[in-house]
Design a protein around this ligand. Sequence first.
Ligand code: EPU
Length: 422
Amino acid sequence: MAEEYLSITGGRPLRGEVTVQGAKNSALPLMAAALLCDGETVLTNVPRLTDVYAASRILNQLGCRSHIEDHTVTVTQKGLTGCEIPDADMRQMRSSVMFLGPLLGRAKRCIMTMPGGCELGPRPIDMHLDAMRQMGAVITEEQGKIICDAGKRLCGTRIPLPFPSVGVTENVLMAAALAEGDTVLTNAAREPEIADLAAFLNACGAEISGAGEGTVYIHGKPGLHGTEYCVMPDRIAAFTWLCAGAATGGTVSVRGASPPDLESSLTVLRAAGCRIGICGDRIFLDGSGALRRVRHIRTMPYPGFPTDAQAPVTAVLALARGTSMIEETIFESRYKHVGELLRMGADIRVSGSAAVITGVPALHGAAVTAPDLRGGAALAVAAAAAEGESRISGLRHIDRGYENFAASFHSLGCEAVRCGLH
Ligand code: EPU
């Protein structure tokens, strides 16, 4: 079968404007949450991504009717016909675990296997299962299947999280929205996508307060109804386009963003010497000055610097004067893009959770492979800055998180073409 690659001819400052897509990491939990609602749920501004199609397939398999048209997903719910997520769908993406909370909330039972997704080191689901256990679910394992059963009812309770996991916080919100009584979730993740999910659930009749803060209160309701809801903008896609501007010494504008959600990421680009302007939902970046090193960046849960922004910023700092250091604290194995950046002439050393980046004056085009979603985006950022042509394969990773990556790069004035490989 022909494998596709992205051909990027780089080496010129990017100039242009791009409109940011809806957030993948919000759209996927919102689709799972539609399972909790009776009647029709209409989600707009949904990015067209392979993970979104996978979530839609799961909804259909569980007995909902999910339909995608352009950027709108319509989910109609008249009672579930199943509570088991097939292994093939579980393996396709990490977000399949987002169906655990809604299925337990709605059907009081969920059967699944271990989720797949980007290989960023071990990605256990122990905290998801522990949280559901605390709400009364009994969890057993049979022939590789994880069977979660809450009997007749799921009960609200106090759940202290050992780590502010995004996915676990989302699963608890969804399960607790239909549980009996009150749930108090402490050490909750504060990512903007959590607040988006809570706003959606509240619009469906849930009673959730504190989402986006460390403690979230959920008063369980007997039922929720569908609504129409617009998915928030994708802060990581927005940051990726800004990084492409920064790495190439260009001037780019990102439209339709939510600038406050990008604050820690913008701080890093400012420290690297970029000038940034904000006007409403637009972020302007002027990267025409010299790029400087950023002494120490540490990935942290929100509002810290996001792990998802680590790979793209590595590509920028590969071209900055001086030595920068990144410390990855969220995932164990999130430096797979580094080996590929070395092929393009970067000087980066990885030791455990640290990457030491010594800026080089220029990168050169090369044939490289996207190791995962954000790693792939980082290679494209580097390719836009590199002299000559780069060919990036492994596009299935990029397609999981960026809608029509080549077209967005084109809007920024980059020569980017998706080609078949025979
Ligand atoms: N973890 C556990 N046990 C669990 C759950 C998580 O040990 O039961 C660990 C993970 O292995 C990881 C850390 O906790 O080391 C953080 O994981 P978290 O649960 O917060 O991440 P996630 O919900 O699996 C979401 C995003 C990721 C993003 C992380 C961190 C979605 C669909 N995915 O994943 O996005 O990196 O939060 O912000 O929302 C991406 O978009 O490229 C991506 C990987």
